[in-house]
Design a binder for this molecule. Structure first.
Ligand code: PGA
Length: 259
């Protein structure tokens, strides 16, 4: 297992006052925690909050990430945000290709690749999401869907240990019905195998997060799997106490590996 990453995806939630209250509470909780440096804690708020939260995140010892970025550095793309703009705010990460982007905003494997390349080019760390729909799983197509998504990412020639992947089965997102550790590990091992075959031993360093109803109740068993390097968490990242429990589980896992 690699250095665990506990990444919160706030989606379209939180106003300024709520976000500041979240970080105030979180900073109180992380204040006396040792070994926070054994994991990467990240929160991806709406872009409207990225500038506002930079000091508060630093105090809480958490990095910030965006939820998407465009592939062009600037220009006539109303409503989009460029990687350079995100970087300009001192932000380190950006989610790319979340299933909600693919589902509601017509993102494709191709546009995901363009966004990933642009993010890397600007010095951001992309957290690139893949995952199958419930129909795919029911029809026994999970493996084929994942293979096709990973192949597409590999075709961009930009997969490297700088990229973070997130396996998010769409049926598990926001449903309270997480994949079992065995179900998740099966797909993570498939992804890992493809990465190693294409890129060699360095691919063991690519972090593969699990996402989809991860919570304080199931995080430990999911992180105990050999190819699960952390989580991308929606609902449970909106409450400081829950997010902090996830951070603690990440630290506990990191310390077990270090021993
Ligand atoms: P969830 O969302 O934890 O609320 O299921 C995960 C995600 O969409 O990244």
């Amino acid at each position: 297992m690699n250095k665990p990453m506990i990444a919160g995806n706030w989606k379209m939630n939180m106003l300024q006052s709520e976000a500041m209250a979240f970080f105030k509470d979180l900073a109180e909780k992380t204040k006396n925690v040792t070994h926070l440096d054994t994991i990467d804690g990240v929160i991806c708020p709406p872009a409207t909050l990225l500038g506002l939260l930079s000091d508060a995140a630093r105090t809480a010892k958490i990095e910030l990430g965006a939820q998407n970025c465009h592939w062009e550095p600037k220009g006539a793309f109303t409503g989009e945000i460029s990687p350079a703009m995100i970087k300009d705010l001192g932000v380190k990460y950006t989610i790319i290709g979340h299933s909600e982007r693919r589902q509601y905003f017509a993102e494709t494997d191709e546009s995901v690749n363009k966004r990933m390349l642009a993010a890397l080019g600007a010095g951001l760390v992309p957290i690139v999401c893949i995952g199958e729909y419930l129909e795919d799983r029911k029809a026994g197509r999970t493996q084929a869907v994942i293979q096709s998504q990973v192949k597409s990412l590999l075709s961009s020639q930009s997969m490297s240990p700088h990229v973070v992947l997130a396996y998010e089965p769409v049926w598990a997102i926001g449903t309270g019905l997480a994949a079992t550790p065995a179900q998740a590990e099966e797909v993570h091992a498939l992804i890992r195998g493809m990465l190693i075959e294409a890129l060699g031993a360095s691919a063991t360093k690519i972090r593969i997060l699990y996402g989809g109803s991860m919570s304080p109740g199931n995080v430990a068993e999911l992180l105990a799997m050999p190819n699960i390097d952390g989580g991308l968490i929606g609902g449970a990242s909106l409450k400081p106490a829950d997010y902090f429990s996830l951070l603690e589980a990440g630290i506990a896992r990191a310390l077990t590996i270090a021993r």
